[in-house]
Design a protein around this ligand. Structure first.
Ligand code: NAP
Length: 252
């Protein structure tokens, strides 16, 4: 009997694999037997991820997702080089806090491209003929920020909310293509993104945020497990959902 969550022999493409949640997702997928294509912009940090992976057949495909128009062609290239994609985990993202009164086009572009438009273009790329396996899965990474009002985080929250809507729509649009589409919504996770955020707060503000997490902050591996589950056949009847991975943050 196949172990629950097994990804043996599957080709899994992970964006954001040079850091944090993406790096942990790549490691988890590899430990479950996947051949992982690691993507991010920083080749040196992708090599560090590669060195940590169990198993064989992994590869690096550095790419800047802000070039949205080039994404479908890039996905096609990955499938041509490493075989049709069984799972795509889109873990790349950028969070920068800024009140709406001081945002401009360049800020919109940075946040929306990295978080939302890249996801839509990756979905478009995955759906192309020959790019995905007969049964494939796409997992997007939203945030609890999509569900709560946070001053100074409106553009990021809007991008992450867009991912929740896109997950439902894509799940229905891709039914006939055999591609399931799901999403995870983490609360605060101990990554470099959190460290950068910590530097924008006072100690008191940051401790108040910690106190709002009933089970403390998450580890990247906590989110990676949920992503790997959604990529696997164990989730074959789960489609169009956003799973909070938040240690009870939204339940309180
Ligand atoms: N950490 C949290 O508390 C938290 C909470 C909720 C949701 N999330 C979401 O979880 C996801 C992962 O976050 P994280 O905490 O792991 O962040 P992180 O440690 O800062 O890593 C972000 C990753 O995104 C990649 N990336 C950013 N812009 C890119 C671009 N234009 N093209 C290609 N890759 C790009 C980075 O690659 P390079 O550095 O190589 O460019 C890096 O691998 C994000 O979507 C984030 O919004 C995080």
């Amino acid at each position: 009997m196949t172990p629950l969550g097994d990804l043996s022999g599957r080709h899994v493409l992970v964006t954001g694999a040079s850091s944090g949640i993406g790096r942990a997702t790549a490691a988890t997928a590899a430990s479950l037997g996947a051949r992982v294509t690691l993507s991010g912009r920083d080749g040196g940090r992708l090599s560090e991820t590669l060195a940590r992976l169990d198993g064989h057949g992994h590869r690096i495909a550095a790419f800047d997702l802000s070039d949205v128009d080039s994404i479908p062609g890039w996905v096609k290239l990955q499938a041509a080089e490493a075989g049709p994609i069984d799972g795509l985990a889109h873990c790349a993202g950028v969070q920068i806090g800024k009140p709406v009164r001081s945002v401009d086009q360049a800020f919109f572009d940075t946040i929306l491209h990295a978080n939302l438009l890249s996801a839509l273009a990756l979905a478009r790329g995955l759906r192309q003929k020959g790019c995905h396996a007969e049964r494939a899965a796409l997992v997007l990474v939203s945030s609890v920020a999509a569900e709560i009002g946070q001053p100074g985080n409106v553009v990021y929250s809007a991008a992450k909310g867009g991912l929740v809507s896109a997950t439902r729509g894509l799940a229905m649009e891709f039914l006939r293509d055999g591609i399931r589409v799901n999403c995870v919504a983490p609360a605060m996770v101990e990554t470099e993104m959190m460290e950068r955020f910590r530097q924008t707060t006072t100690v008191e503000q940051f401790e108040a945020i910690r106190a709002a997490h009933p089970m403390g902050f998450g580890k990247p591996e906590d989110v990676a497990s949920a992503i790997a589950f959604l990529l696997s056949d164990a989730a074959r009847w789960i489609n169009g959902v956003t799973l909070p991975v938040d240690g009870g943050y939204l339940a309180k």
